[in-house]
Ligand binder design. Structure first.
Ligand code: UFG
Length: 328
């Protein structure tokens, strides 16, 4: 049985769906502070899924899960706060949840002798890019508390491997996009800060705010590497397979190696919607690097993983999901 923390959230839920479709038994542990019970109900239709509501900040919540489910053999850990801007204003919230919460999880794993974990890390651990595309050898100097929390956990995981033999794979995501092909689940944040849902949600009353058109890029807007959420979910399955086959502790960028500008994404959204989307050109958002693109060769080679879905497909599924979400 696989324990998935944060399985009611965006990337977590798509990974749970992929695991269930593969016939795995899954137990989701989620506080439902940001995740949604409706997503869990939907996921239950895909296979053997147990749900436990709990918070990693309470060690007894997570110890209880291992105590009552002795057949858990690996963990995929998503539960975390992930808003960069919020982390700058309230670092305490981020360190307490993302670092202390993860320590509780790792310590409970050791207590119950579970020694394999796949962890959601981020491109934010690299900080301001020194070169592009970014490979895994790029320096890791985060420029915000969110990135720090993810980097600290990576370091803790290295030490826990050396001392206790706990094996980890850290997946450093770039920009996640899209929804499942049936648009049964998708991105559901409140407030929403991400580019694609914000473009798709724009209306005559509330236009889309394009942050920064004076970057040193081909069209003046920021370039990002948009990885489809189902491809990202697949990377977690491949990472688990790698650990199950005796793989050593490791870390991988998960992206497409293709960059798209904010204007290109905006156009892709207009094409899918088939209408003009109201837009307001705004000053730069603080902390946005001009270009963030992944070198994904290591994951391709070692995990035998390849991204399959295009940006257009991500936008199309995201749009279907936005329509479904508006009816909820
Ligand atoms: N953008 C807009 N308008 C919006 C939202 C975003 O113009 O309403 C622009 C941003 O300025 C940026 C680009 O769209 O240039 C992408 O922004 P997102 O907020 O969608 O994503 P980020 O690249 O800021 O953040 C992502 C992840 C974070 C992670 C970060 C690493 O969502 O979790 O990459 O740098 F920390």
């Amino acid at each position: 049985m696989i324990l998935v923390t944060g399985g009611a959230g965006y990337v977590g839920s798509h990974t749970v769906m992929a695991l269930l479709k593969q016939g795995e038994d899954v137990i989701v542990f989620d506080s439902l502070e940001l995740g949604h019970i409706e997503i869990i109900e939907t996921l239950k239709q895909y296979g053997n899924l147990k749900f436990v509501k709990g918070n990693l900040k309470n060690i007894d919540d997570i110890r209880g899960v291992f105590m009552l489910n002795k057949n858990i053999d690996s963990v995929i850990h998503f539960a975390a706060y992930s808003q960069v801007a919020e982390s700058m204003i309230n670092p305490q919230k981020y360190y307490y949840n993302n670092v202390y919460g993860t320590l509780n999880l790792l310590n409970a794993m050791l207590e119950f002798n579970v020694k394999k974990i796949v962890f959601s890390s981020t491109a934010a651990t690299y900080g301001e890019p020194v070169y592009t595309p970014i490979d895994e050898k790029h320096q890791q100097i985060p420029i915000n508390p969110y990135g720090n929390t993810k980097l600290f956990v990576e370091k803790i995981m290295d030490d826990y491997d050396k001392a206790y033999g706990l094996k980890s794979v850290r997946l450093r995501y770039f920009n996640v996009a899209g929804a499942d092909s049936g648009a049964k689940i998708g991105e559901w944040h409140n407030p929403e800060t991400h580019l694609i849902p914000n473009i798709l949600k724009a209306s005559a009353e509330k236009s889309f705010k394009m942050f920064g058109t004076d970057y040193n890029t081909s069209d003046g807007t920021c370039i990002r590497d948009y990885i489809n959420v189902e491809d990202l979910a697949d990377a977690h399955l491949k990472a688990l397979e790698y650990l199950n086959n005796g793989g050593e502790t490791n870390y991988f960028n998960i992206g497409t190696k293709d960059g798209n500008s904010v204007k290109q994404v905006f156009t892709a959204c207009e094409n899918i919607k088939g209408t003009a989307i109201p837009v307001e050109l705004c000053p730069r958002r603080s902390g946005d690097p001009a270009i963030l693109v992944a070198d994904n060769e290591k994951a391709k080679k070692i995990l035998n993983w390849t991204p399959k879905n295009s940006l257009e497909y991500s936008v199309e599924t995201a749009y279907k999901w936005e329509k479904a979400l508006s009816l909820k």
